[in-house]
Design a binder for this molecule. Sequence first.
Ligand SMILES: [Zn+2]
Length: 457
Amino acid sequence: MFMPEKTTDALRTAIDQALQANRPRLAKYLSIETVAAKHLGIEETVSVIEQSFQELGAEVTVWRDIPGSNPFVFATLPAGPNGNADKTLLFYNHYDVQPAEPLDEWESDPFTLTEKNGQYVARGVSDDKGELMVRLSAVKALQNTTGLPCNLKFILEGEEEVGSPHIAPMTKKHGADLAADAVVWETGGKDADENFQVTCGVKGTASFNVTAKSAESDLHSSLAAFVDNAVWRLVQGLATLRGPKGEVLVDGFYDGVKPLTPTEQAAIDQLSFNEAATRQNFGLKLPFISDKPAEALINRSTITINGISGGYEGDGLKTVLPKQARAQLDCRLVPGQDPEHISELVQAQLDKNGFSDLHVSYNQGEPAFRSDLTDTFVQTAVATAHEVYGDAVKLVPNAGGSGPEAPFAETVGAPIVSVGSTWAGSGAHAPNENVRVKDFTQAARYTAQLLQNFGQA
Ligand SMILES: [Zn+2]
């Protein structure tokens, strides 16, 4: 389905100018080491955002009323005189970034915006600071040309990279402020085959620890003749939870999972998956545990041992019988699975399998969310993508990763789509994180065009 790009020359020019004018602001925003995990740079970052919105004429409020949370920034802009004042679109972004480590793998300073080979390089340029600047540039360009086609709201959080622990209380408290007809989420862009993705949800997660304790002190390993040990108990117990093809052997684990709708199945079937490139990129040594990897990424729940520790594994020998062991696990979940309940089911299964000495403790999690793919706004987002990106567009039912969409969906009750400016080599969370400058420009055009089509729809 190819549709000619409707972006007028005047709007294109205004977008280029706005992106150019915003470059120093982008550099400033990226120069702050806003690492939520280290509690760095929060206030300085918040004031850069506040100022950016004020310069667009937005009404900005910084919410500091959620105990223990980094501030949320909330901004609103009314539709222009020719716009549709009955329609409101809410953007979600986050201002925190991942730690830059390992620093010696960066080819330039992670907190200095560097332009090289047609790319912008810096921590946060793809995830997710750059994207806010793309969106603000689109807003500026619309203000300078046609005016805003609809009302806009922006919500920014500062804890996305540490699991968004305060999104749920924030959406509960500020549900009325957040009211909107549609939500545009952070992240997204082009896949490995250069298809622009319109992604309509996220997988959920449940993170938990499993611990084993078999004695009050470590013992001489000669006593293994009659004393069992924590490390064996842990690995034997964990081994009962998953089959060789990744199937989760926990009673009730899949209860509540709904079959894919025909529209979801059709969307999955048109996704491309490059097995050879995936194998090569990661140097994979084992066969896949699914013969439908594209579908599995979207709709298969998993259980993963993230790490395991116990006993002695240093230099030389230590013939010890360890008293304790510990593993961290996560499950990636699909709609219909409740994170905390999943960890309870794991404990129940271990008990049933004869491992009641193993103790499961829930860390944190988020439920999955998927928008209705037949929703008008989803259709508008896809049609707009065709206008800007031509044929190379994919509708993705949900991302393989997670994010706090479910509490938004519950409060706002509107469809959510993720669209962005990244590409397959952006390296979010990794050294030399980057975006391609041309993708930035295209994403700003997409954003402006989406707002126009949404305002008119
Ligand atoms: Zn991230």
